[in-house]
Design a protein around this ligand. Sequence first.
Ligand SMILES: NC(=O)c1ccc[n+]([C@@H]2O[C@H](COP(=O)([O-])OP(=O)(O)OC[C@H]3O[C@@H](n4cnc5c(N)ncnc54)[C@H](O)[C@@H]3O)[C@@H](O)[C@H]2O)c1
Length: 319
Amino acid sequence: MARILVTGGVGFIGYHVTRALLARGDQVLIVDDFSDAPYPRLEKRRNEADLRDEFPQTRVVEACVTDRAAIAPLVLECDRVLHLAGLAGVRPSFSDPARYARVNVEGTAVVQELARQAGIERFVFASSSSVYGNSTPLPAREDAPATVPESPYAASKRSAELVAASLCRAAPRMRCSALRFFTVYGPRQRPEMAIAHFVRSTLAGAAIPVFGDGSMRRDFTHVDDIVRGILAVLDLEGPAGFRPYNLGSGAPIDLRALVAAIGVAAGRAPHVENAPLQVGDVNATFADITRAREELGWEPRVKLADGLASVVAWVRSRA
Ligand SMILES: NC(=O)c1ccc[n+]([C@@H]2O[C@H](COP(=O)([O-])OP(=O)(O)OC[C@H]3O[C@@H](n4cnc5c(N)ncnc54)[C@H](O)[C@@H]3O)[C@@H](O)[C@H]2O)c1
């Protein structure tokens, strides 16, 4: 049984991974600030309540990851750290880049440094496919330079990685894994993200905005696959040091095909509305998942049609 500090544990991915950890008998201590960004905290309160209903032993501390004094004693209670807390979202990062830098870069540095001081040897944190920008050859490999971010969000995730990699030099026993998630979807997805938004709109008979000419491609990854990947990394035995992993489906599709697939899953024809391309959006994301396959024994399993059906069922259950 491991004792795991999960930051951001009442968010979308945090909820699912916490549930999986508690179900297999690990102890989990969640820290989350229940911030109202980039979506209402009500969703996070719901996730917390659902976790407590299912696992009454759920422990949640309300604190900000940049608050060293609040985080330090929590780290001391644990032997692994899964740092998912962060401000997500490409588009909103243009409105408050300083806040994104503070939470995503400073927050990661604070939590990792406290983990280092506590002698914790497994530090796993959420990075993003956005680090690859538009200039990385596709499918994107982890050893690409990733030096041209397209948004403050992408820059904050890449900066957090670089700080984490450098801090590993002072933590010779720490295994530090940066997980580059590729557009994660599933039940409880952040409400402003495309699939959750598009499914809600389709079921309500409202228009779906398709940005640009709809040729933008995304590598959508179901949250169940992401959870299996996170667990594999948390359990990984191997050399110390910094190592990034792509967790993606490796099978990108364009927006028009996504909308059509949502129509099939929802059993309704979507009503499409053209919208201008958004600043910061990359043309395509496409993961090379060779490293995760070889080192983690990980493979995405959820087919897009089944994954979309899980979102449709979730949205209907909340209607
Ligand atoms: N969902 C995706 O497609 C995706 C893709 C790439 C990377 N990521 C990253 O994965 C992580 C989880 O993403 P998610 O989709 O579950 O987002 P989310 O917003 O649902 O979860 C993040 C959680 O972190 C918490 N948080 C934010 N700022 C905090 C702070 N200062 N102190 C403590 N807690 C704070 C939030 O309240 C939230 O519960 C994020 O770091 C995100 O950037 C997500």
